[in-house]
Write a protein of this length. Structure first.
Length: 131
C-alpha cells in the first residue's frame, strides 16, 4: 500500500514540507510496535518542524489501532511531541491521523509507538519536515 494523498500538499502554511520520509507497509502485531522514521539511519538534513501522517493500509479482522506515543530525538535528548490517542479505534475501523510538531532539538529521528488489538494490521507512515 502507499499513501495516495501526501500531507506534503497541506504544509506550505506551516513552513514544512521541504523533505519527505516514508515507512510504508509496517506490520503491527498485537504486541505493538515502535516504528522509527526514517526506517533506518537519520533524517538528512536534520529537522525542526513538520507533520507526521499515520494511515492504516489494512486492519486485521476485528482489529483495533491506537497510537500511544510519538517522540523525536537529536540522538541525546528525547522529546515527547504527542501523548497518544485517548482510545483505540473501534473494531475493523481504518485509522488516519496527522500530528504537527515543532522542536528546538536538531531532530535526527522520530519514533511512533502503536498498539494493535486483536489482530495484526498494516500501517503507512509519512513525515514531511523542514530545517
Amino acid at each position: 500500500m502507499t499513501i495516495v494523498r501526501s500531507i506534503k500538499s497541506t504544509t506550505p502554511e506551516f513552513g514544512a514540507g521541504d523533505y519527505k520520509v516514508q515507512n510504508l507497509g509496517v506490520s503491527v502485531t498485537t504486541a505493538g510496535a515502535v516504528v522509527p522514521l526514517p526506517a533506518s539511519g537519520s533524517l538528512i538534513p536534520i529537522g525542526h518542524r513538520g507533520k507526521i501522517r499515520i494511515s492504516s493500509a489494512t486492519v486485521g479482522s476485528s482489529g483495533t489501532l491506537q497510537v500511544t506515543l510519538i517522540t523525536v530525538t537529536d540522538g541525546t535528548t528525547t522529546e515527547q511531541i504527542y501523548a497518544g490517542d485517548k482510545a483505540a479505534t473501534a473494531a475493523n475501523v481504518k485509522y488516519s491521523r496527522e500530528v504537527e510538531w515543532i522542536s528546538d532539538l536538531d531532530v535526527t529521528s522520530i519514533s511512533v509507538t502503536v498498539a494493535a488489538g486483536t489482530a495484526t494490521s498494516t500501517l503507512d507512515f509519512e513525515v514531511v519536515y523542514a530545517v
